[in-house]
Ligand binder design. Structure first.
Ligand code: HEC
Ligand code: HEC
Ligand code: HEC
Ligand code: HEC
Ligand code: HEC
Length: 480
């Protein structure tokens, strides 16, 4: 195992952009030769021909692609769907209807594991929850999910599903936070009219310098609160983050858990106490987050979602300074050039570029190390899902027998907290890889809480006889 390569490691290789203003008269217009010097491995200089003058109002990636065709070509490949053993993506045919014209959709996770419907009973996620797929699909998959039909969704949803920076600038008169506030509380259909593309170049790059830039106010606010909890005052991510941090933070604008706060539906990341699961649960409890009432038990619930950033931050790679982009956008060779792979996808589809720059093991060995971690994770998850379903079953039995809210309170609280923890681990998309021991430890805590909830019922429900169902036998999950 070698140490990380120099250009990947934090602190080094600040992005230098030198614009050599070599004006070349070309017809009526003027095309300038833009020379970017990126400190990549061997290539000290990577020249780009500026065909078009870019600015921050351009959300069409094809226009940016005129200047950067190699990145654009790879970006377009996020339409590809390819499975890995536990990840990647897979399309299944869908008969188009007027309400949902898609001919291919991702697999339904609810069908793969029906216990999820019990976990989310009474919430829109119990109606439709699918595997994710490439960035190219983010807008259409959000527009056409069943969740839009069973619940009224706010404009806030678009924050992570569309090219939005130009819209935020426009609606906020140059202030993205004002633009963000304008979109959040709009009905989804109205907000949808304000955007055209899925995530585009302008959402990650500054048009003038091509430097990475944070374009989402919710992340600017979330990371400021997190830094404040670590004693860093007035943190400004676009001013204070290192280049290596930005290679994670651009992704962490979306691959994080969240909730909507208040009537104006402000997108909020529960990080004021830290990124660990118990700290996140404590933050949401302090803010009294209640996203739905569980249909079978009456417990006031909160929902976790794709916490890749939070989970990664607890793992060995974060600790070693390895960023999301190191594995998910590795350097790839295109002819004489070396570029960042803008086909953002599972690293297991390109182990050579994603892992072997740092690890000297064969591709087969790397893959099987990952799959072993993921298999153990899935087996533990299975135990945790069963424990949660058992608690829900007991709570329902007690409620049906007429137990009072007071008698049910302790068990409901445990369902709320353990349910969030299990949801958090199940919604994380690396199947344990981003922080393996941390994930399994968190499952263990949640399993214990579910069993404590069952014990609480047997202790607290004194006034009537409850017919607790025999516990279902463990459901083996073989695929996923
Ligand atoms: C050390 C390498 C590494 C780092 C760093 C890393 N990941 Fe991953 N990530 C993986 C691996 C390996 C998988 C599992 C892929 C699979 O099962 O096919 C994965 C899975 C994922 C998935 C699901 C992909 C799929 O195709 O199923 C997402 C989304 C993801 N990571 C996002 C992130 C984000 C966001 C960050 C940074 C906060 C990050 N990752 C950091 C290696 C990494
Ligand atoms: C903070 C960013 C963020 C916000 C806000 C957000 N999403 Fe997502 N969404 C993601 C990410 C990241 C994925 C891919 C990872 C995954 O599916 O777990 C995703 C996946 C999805 C998917 C495909 C997988 C699935 O769940 O079936 C749908 C549909 C979806 N989101 C709908 C919505 C809706 C509706 C809203 C508003 C209530 C919303 N999203 C708000 C980040 C976000
Ligand atoms: C604007 C929000 C946003 C940003 C920024 C973002 N993602 Fe995503 N990402 C999504 C959504 C939404 C999906 C799911 C799309 C769908 O299922 O239709 C997704 C899907 C993915 C997938 C799954 C691809 C597959 O083939 O299954 C990976 C891997 C991924 N993102 C990694 C990253 C990494 C790494 C970064 C940073 C370089 C990043 N994302 C930045 C919102 C975002
Ligand atoms: C999800 C965020 C994201 C999006 C969207 C995105 N990029 Fe990038 N891009 C990155 C990251 C991360 C790097 C690596 C930057 C670094 O290391 O400083 C990068 C690097 C680059 C570079 C520098 C050379 C290289 O390949 O490393 C260029 C040029 C570039 N991107 C062009 C584009 C273009 C054109 C688009 C739109 C078609 C685009 N990017 C969309 C995240 C993104
Ligand atoms: C930029 C360098 C870098 C990249 C890229 C990278 N790793 Fe690592 N990886 C490390 C470091 C550093 C450690 C910590 C162990 C050490 O220092 O020897 C580590 C540890 C690991 C471990 C041991 C985990 C544990 O809990 O002990 C596994 C497994 C692993 N990496 C797999 C991968 C896979 C798979 C990929 C590609 C998807 C990958 N790594 C990409 C640097 C990297």
């Amino acid at each position: 195992m070698a140490t990380p390569n120099a250009p990947h490691s934090p602190g080094k290789g600040r992005l230098l952009v030198v614009i050599a203003a070599i004006a070349i008269a070309a017809g009526a217009g003027i095309a300038a030769l833009l020379v970017n010097i990126f400190e990549h491995k061997q290539e000290a200089k990577t020249p780009f021909f500026q065909v078009t003058a870019l600015n921050d109002t351009i959300d069409d990636p094809a226009v940016w692609g005129q200047n950067f065709p190699l990145q654009y070509d790879r970006y377009k490949m996020t339409t590809d769907m390819e499975r890995t053993r536990f990840g990647g993506s897979e399309g299944v045919p869908h008969s188009p209807t007027e309400a949902d014209p898609r001919t291919v959709v991702a697999r339904s996770k609810l069908e793969l594991d029906p216990r999820l419907k019990t976990m989310w009973a009474g919430y829109s996620f119990a109606a439709d929850y699918r595997e994710k797929r490439g960035h190219a699909y983010m807008l259409e998959d959000q527009v056409f999910t069943e969740r839009q039909r069973v619940a009224k969704q706010p404009g806030t949803c678009l924050n992570c599903h569309a090219s939005l920076y130009p819209t935020y600038m426009k609606l906020g008169n140059g202030d993205i936070t004002k633009g963000f506030e304008a979109i959040n509380h709009m009905p989804y259909a109205d907000a949808r009219k304000q955007v055209t593309h899925p995530i585009s170049c302008v959402d990650c790059h500054d048009a003038k310098t091509m430097n990475l830039r944070i374009s989402r106010p919710a992340f600017i606010e979330g990371i400021r609160a997190l830094k404040a909890s670590q004693g860093v005052k007035d943190y400004d991510v676009n001013r204070d983050a290192s280049r290596q941090e930005m290679r994670t933070y651009v992704c962490a604008q979306c691959h994080v858990t969240y909730y909507f706060r208040g009537a104006d539906k402000r997108l909020t990341f529960p990080w004021p106490k830290g990124l660990k699961l118990d700290q996140i649960v404590a933050s949401e409890n302090e803010d009294n987050v209640v996203e739905w009432t569980h249909k079978e038990t009456g417990a006031p619930m909160m929902k976790a979602r794709h916490p890749e950033f939070e989970t990664w931050s607890q793992g060995i790679h974060a600790r070693s300074g390895v960023a999301c982009a190191d594995c998910h956008m590795p350097y790839v060779r295109e002819g004489a050039m070396k570029i960042s792979d803008h086909n953002v996808r599972s690293p297991l589809l390109n182990v050579n570029a994603s892992c072997q720059g740092c690890h000297r093991w064969s591709e087969t060995e790397m893959k099987s190390r990952v799959e072993e971690i993921q298999t153990r994770f899935v087996e533990t998850r299975n135990v945790a899902m069963n424990a949660l379903v058992d608690l829900i079953g007991d709570l329902k039995a007690a409620k049906d027998a007429g137990a009072t809210d007071e008698e049910l309170a302790a068990a409901r609280k445990l369902q709320r907290d353990a349910g969030f923890m299990i949801d958090f681990l199940v919604s994380e998309n690396s199947m344990g890889f981003h922080a393996d021991q941390y994930s399994v430890k968190s499952f263990a805590e949640a399993i214990n809480m579910c069993r404590e909830g069952q014990l609480a019922l047997r202790r607290d429900v004194k006034t009537r006889a409850v017919n607790y169902a025999p516990q279902p036998s463990a459901t083996p999950v073989t695929s996923h």
